[in-house]
Design a protein around this ligand. Structure first.
Ligand code: ADP
Ligand code: MG
Length: 344
């Protein structure tokens, strides 16, 4: 009984701090009855799109509860992530903000499930009720793990973290068939010496028309962060190609990455190198076709590639299963088909 009262006090306090609307309180009540949690302890983070709370279960396990905000303004610019995702062809109603946030929370739950099922570290989704998502807590004693941007890592650990991030980008693409689309030092937690991917509500399926642009942005943000820390990063294009290249065998992924990293560390630092940055700039601004079919003259381009001619401006070799040097024209598409069990 005390528990219930205390929970109510805590919930009220949380309410006055963050103004939970009646629907949210109702969802929380339902979740508490379902014994998803016993006590809600307070706010871990407040954001534009969601607030995250700390809670504990009857057995004193810590969990995180992410409550998505129902304000329409916030979700307007999220539209580009949801529109085009095959999982939201139906059941997504742009005119109804409540349905929209619900769809959003559902998307985060599914994405977390997919990412987890591929063995990528991230909070396990525990329970979803409307726009309220309970998930595994990454941290300890009521304190969230540090974000990558605040993590204090040795030089060696920083270098390794960069490698891990590039591997995660590839694994998300190849195995979870997702592009995070908001990957940065803000959305990676560093917990017990491991990286955890969070905030995957906007992650898109590979079917999404903009998924490769999002991938390029993710690569850019991760590179920029690690360059500031003095890591000899790959180019954005190398990260991109590494992520999408289907010709790398499962047991050759680490070796392939190591090769790229070795090459990266023997060239001048990316930030001040005029030539490298110019090439990066071209890639950043290049139009990336999602499928070979979107390229008007792909046969002409293929001939140019095969003939070893200038490939400037052709950025789909890996995607189309072609290598720049034509060493391995592949029958397999770099755009994996949907074989990921979508739900758990
Ligand atoms: P937003 O969309 O507001 O950026 P995030 O999912 O990135 O939401 O969460 C915001 C913050 O809340 C994170 O930076 C982290 O500090 C904390 N947080 C989110 N999920 C968890 C979790 N599962 N465990 C611990 N802390 C979390
Ligand atoms: Mg975030």
């Amino acid at each position: 009984m005390t528990g219930a009262v205390r929970t109510k006090d805590r919930a009220d306090r949380a309410t006055s701090e963050q103004v939970l609307d009646p629907r949210t309180l109702y969802a929380l009540q339902k979740m508490r009855r379902a014994e998803v949690f016993e006590e809600m302890n307070g706010v871990l983070a407040t954001g534009k799109e969601a607030n995250v709370y700390h809670a504990t279960t009857l057995s004193h396990t810590e969990i995180a509860i992410k409550i998505f905000k129902t304000s329409i303004l916030v979700f307007k610019d999220r539209d580009r992530y949801v529109t085009g995702d095959f999982r939201f062809r139906t059941g997504y109603c742009r005119s109804n903000p409540r349905k929209m946030v619900k769809a959003w929370a559902e998307k985060e739950r599914r994405n977390l499930a997919r990412i987890n099922s591929c063995g990528i570290r991230s909070p396990k989704p525990l329970h979803l009720r409307m726009h309220v998502l309970a998930m595994e807590f990454i941290g300890s004693k009521g304190v969230s793990a540090l974000r990558l941007k605040d993590a204090k890592m040795s030089k060696a650990r920083t270098d390794r973290a960069y490698q891990e991030m590039v591997r995660i980008i590839r694994q998300m693409y190849q195995e979870a068939h997702l592009v995070h689309a908001d990957l940065s030092e803000w959305n990676v937690l560093f917990h017990e010496d491991e990286l955890y991917i969070i905030d995957v509500g906007q992650a898109v399926d590979l079917d999404h028309p903009h998924c490769l642009e999002f991938l390029r942005e993710d690569a850019l943000h991760i590179n920029q962060f690690f360059q500031k820390l003095g890591v000899a990063t790959l180019t954005i294009r190398e990260v991109f190609d590494y992520a999408v290249d289907p010709s790398i065998p499962a047991d050759g992924q680490d070796a392939a990455l190591q090769q790229l990293l070795d090459a990266a560390s023997s060239r001048p630092a990316m930030v001040d190198d005029g030539i490298a940055s110019a090439e990066e700039e071209v890639f950043r601004q290049a139009y990336i076709p999602r499928r070979l079919g979107e390229v008007a003259d792909h046969e002409g381009d293929y001939d140019r590639l095969a003939g070893g001619q200038d490939t400037q401006g052709i950025y789909y070799q890996s995607i189309a299963g072609m290598k720049a040097d034509m060493s391995g024209a592949q029958s397999q598409s770099a755009h994996p088909s949907h074989s990921v069990p979508d739900e758990s």
